[in-house]
Design a protein around this ligand. Structure first.
Ligand code: M6R
Length: 615
């Protein structure tokens, strides 16, 4: 849940690391630090706050020279965010310096042992314990840094991606990974280290993604050597050619990544179905499904595991799979699933959904499902991510990098891919008529242009946002396919604007939440014309008679709801099963504008991080 960056080569390391940290700030942004080796000594600066605070601190306090360095942006786990707990951390001798993403679970025990041997600790972090353990091993066993790292890591329990170097051997950086991501960019006589490829994409397209339990000694002028941490076996680096480009990870003309990503949805959805959805031929091509179609067709049920927004996409999928393919579906919070004793058999198919592909709870749920014999299919956005690797097969969403902490295009592209899967299985099972199948196929192809139309509501949504930006609470209601959209709308609002919001199935309102409604309460109701429309209209009437303020998301041309609601936002007409792809758009825009008007940091909301690699 932190971002790490490192560089060793012939360029000045400082600007590369700083820029890299800025790109990785989505992973954590409560403190940051950098350590540079200038040819004589290590110069280190760290601070509570964002990378921009680190920039001014380091430019005012240390020499920025050096062609070797490491940097870190933190999301606190052990120890509050302050200067001392920020990374990098020195070992007691000052020889070693480390950055770490992850958690060392047995650090208290190791700390006690090291304290007995005279080690002192200035921070509350598990990371400072780890670097001192490496130092102790190095001295005691009289081994080189790489070996010391390996021995030390065999004594720790937990998760890590680390980069460490020794000021007495400033031609190498040692890195290791278990549970947290780590990529090595390979340039000409230079190497980059990062939590993902975004910090080095403008320098090289060649990268090695370390696998769990692997470590590498990155030495200038030498090939990378990979080893298994457990048993010292040699591992062979698989150099991948990256498809990502720099433009994709810059904000461009937008004020925030979130807004950019909201506007990218038409192309992201298109990229997701490109090559898969072949309307003219009437087929859906998905290698991950085609190769294992029997597993899906014979599945007793599908269990979906995910967290946050991905869980909401899973809920939409539940409606689609049951409605179209007639396969029973259960949707589980990965964090609950992994700690229950769930009944899973080899007749179950588990679909794990995750934008980042690194969410710790989802990963653990996958491992549990595999242990119990289920077939596990991943729906991820980040190529080569841990979940993509851990699953038996899968499909990427191809949404492009999502940097804003609030998921937007990840949600709609996940729904797109899950709809493709459901349609494909429905067709194979003969669950519905050819004409219905073709109708949905061609409507799915129209969705990107309809999303573009839905985005035209932006100015209206901005005006509505002005009226409700000071609300303390907000209720979101939807039925059927749009119930998960209500949940997602509420999550978007609370996570970036800090307004308390609840999503509910519209009909549940009368079982409790209706007591909250008064003239102060904005109620956002999704009332498209084809999903239990009349019932939702009745719910709107119930809100109106209690003087609630109604913001309704309706189908173009709607008149009935317009009569009742305080505001209506139109989206184009589509098939009921595809409405979430459109109704979610104004809700994303609403939370975005309200958050901006309240002065909130939209891309980096407080206490959050983009990928949650801790449980
Ligand atoms: O990377 P994942 O899709 O696994 O992430 C799951 C959640 O952490 C994520 O969706 C989170 O809820 C977002 N901040 C929501 O906008």
């Amino acid at each position: 849940m932190c971002g790490i960056v490192g560089y060793i080569g012939h360029r000045e390391a400082y600007p590369i690391i700083m820029k890299g940290l800025q790109r990785l700030e989505y992973r954590g942004y409560d403190s940051a630090g950098i350590a540079l080796y200038d040819g004589n000594q290590i110069n280190l600066a760290k601070t509570k706050g964002k990378v921009i605070d680190l920039k001014s601190k380091s430019e005012n306090s240390i020499s920025l020279e050096g062609t070797l360095g490491i940097g870190h942006t933190r999301w606190a786990t052990h120890g509050i965010p302050n200067d001392t707990n920020s990374h990098p951390h020195y070992s007691n001798s000052g020889d070693l310096v480390i950055i770490h993403n992850g958690i060392i679970e047995n650090y208290e025990t190791i700390k006690k042992e090291l304290s007995k041997r005279g080690y002192v600790f200035s921070s509350d972090t598990d990371t400072e314990v780890l670097v001192n353990l490496i130092e102790e091993v190095k001295k005691k066993e009289n081994v080189l840094l790489g070996k010391a790292v390996q021995i030390a890591l065999n004594q720790v329990v937990g998760a890590y991606a680390i980069a460490v170097f020794d000021r007495n051997k400033p031609d190498e950086i040692v890195v290791a990974k278990l549970g947290s991501p780590l990529a090595i960019g390979i340039g000409q006589q230079e190497f980059f280290i990062a939590s993902d490829a975004s910090p080095f994409i403008e320098f090289t397209n060649n990268a090695v993604y370390l696998q769990d339990q692997e470590m590498a000694i990155i030495r200038l002028g030498k090939e990378i050597k990979l080893r298994k941490i457990q048993d010292d076996a040699i591992a062979y680096p698989l150099v991948q050619e990256l498809q990502m480009n720099l433009e994709e990870i810059e904000k461009g003309m937008y004020d925030h990544f979130m807004l950019k990503e909201i506007y990218e949805q038409p192309s992201a959805i298109k990229d997701t179905y490109r090559g898969r959805l072949r309307v003219e031929q009437g087929i859906i091509k998905m290698a991950g499904i085609d190769q294992n179609i029997e597993r899906f067709l014979n599945a007793q049920r599908i269990i979906i595991v995910a967290c946050g927004t991905s869980w909401h996409a899973g809920l939409v999928a539940e409606y689609i799979f049951e409605d179209l393919a007639r396969i029973p579906v259960e949707v589980e919070y990965a964090s609950e699933f992994r700690y229950r004793n769930p009944v899973i058999t080899d007749k179950d198919v588990v679909i794990a959904i995750s934008q980042s592909g690194e969410t710790a709870d989802t990963l653990a749920a996958i491992k549990l499902a595999k242990e119990r014999g289920a077939y596990v299919f991943g729906v991820c956005n980040v190529v080569g991510s841990s979940i993509a690797r851990e699953t038996h097969a899968g499909a990427y969403t191809h949404a492009g990098p999502e940097i804003g902490v609030a998921s937007t295009k990840a949600f709609t592209t996940q729904i797109t891919i899950l709809s493709l899967i459901a349609l494909k299985l429905a067709k194979e099972k003969g669950a519905f008529s050819d004409s219905k199948y073709h109708e949905i196929l061609s409507e799915l192809e129209n969705i990107p242009s309809k999303v573009e139309v839905a985005l035209e509501s932006n100015s209206l949504v901005e005006i509505i946002s002005e009226e409700y930006k000071d609300s303390d609470n907000c209720l979101y209601l939807g039925r059927g396919y749009n119930f998960p959209v209500a949940l997602e709308g509420a999550l978007k609002l609370k996570e970036i604007s800090y307004i308390h919001a609840e999503g509910y199935p519209a009909a549940e309102m009368k079982h409790g939440p209706i007591a909250l409604i008064d003239e102060q309460m904005p109620v956002i109701v999704i009332a498209t014309n084809n999903g239990h429309y009349e019932k939702v209209v009745s719910n709107i009437q119930e809100i109106k008679s209690r003087k609630g303020k109604i913001i309704a998301i309706v189908t173009e041309g709607d008149e009935q709801v317009r009569e009742l609601a305080d505001h209506v936002i139109e989206v184009p007409e589509t098939l009921e099963c595809l409405t979430p792809l459109l109704t979610t758009i104004p809700l994303q825009l609403l939370s975005y504008h309200i958050a901006v008007m309240r002065g909130c940091n939209v891309d980096q909301p407080r206490n959050l991080a983009k990928s949650v690699t801790v449980e």
